[in-house]
Design a protein around this ligand. Sequence first.
Ligand SMILES: [Zn+2]
Ligand SMILES: [Zn+2]
Length: 343
Amino acid sequence: MVDRGVVLGEPGSVALEEITVDRPGPGEVLVRIEATGVCHSDLHVIQEDGWHHALPVLLGHEGAGTVEAVGEGSDGLAVGDRVVIGWKTACGNCAMCLRGEPRQCKKPPTAQGRLHRHDGAELTPVLRTGTFATHTVVPAVAAVKVPRELPVEQACLLGCAVATGVMSVLETAKVWEGARVAVIGCGAVGLSVIQGARIAGASEIRAIDLDERKLEQATRFGATHTEPGTVDFVFDVVGRSATFEQALGMIGSGGTVVLIGLSPAGETAAVDLPGLFGKRARVLVSHGGDHLPEEDFRRLAQWALEGKLDLAGMVTRTGPLEGWEDALAAMQGGDVIRTVLLP
Ligand SMILES: [Zn+2]
Ligand SMILES: [Zn+2]
């Protein structure tokens, strides 16, 4: 069967086209993609003309599927395993990894040169994954085995939105039991922050969004209030000057602002430095919730199976790979929490 993928060929030009997927090399696996969430970062890649990725780019980075071939030395994985693909794996030998901080690794391994356009041009998979496709090849460490009991259209969400949101709370911010939390921006990542705060035992969870529909959703996922108030942690999932400034204004003494949202190039914010000092504020940047796929996907999957984490409620729509364009439009319009494509 011919492989297909959604490709950003040149700035402004995206199409579902035929692609070629090679066999996996040593330490790599071939995955048949069965479900892939449509995340804002894919839109960011399109709007920022590749966003650090060399064109042509294979889109998609929130995927799950089944291992179809295993390269030499890919221990621990076998053909037939259900896996979630992670984009934030650790290399194991950079300065961060060597000092025991694999969550801060800046050199995640990549399976280079396995994906091509029909004319042979090498495709750059978004965030080393490339999941808007029928197949992809990734380093074995980036394919994390999860129980097959978890429906695949839910499992894929662990790959980006859920890992980013939940781990921003548990890893980046280390929210304590009883803390007061607020979330600005209640899309899929924001709802995952809310779920993370609920799991951490937050006493108050404030959901803030300009879209009324999202506030209503937020209460279903555990938000206790839908208006601003003084809190210990504010998660800015939007990443614009207005939201960041609002976040700084909402923290109480010793409070923490966590920046999660990817800002457009050139975005700046005004900060009242004496106010920051007076509050003894902390500002943290969450890079995907500092998640580590091999450690976090399993426990997140387990929480989903136990009912601690609601993934089913986050899947608003499913559709074929052909529906990628409608899915991006629905996300921009705020009509869905997540559309999941089933290649
Ligand atoms: Zn994403
Ligand atoms: Zn590293």
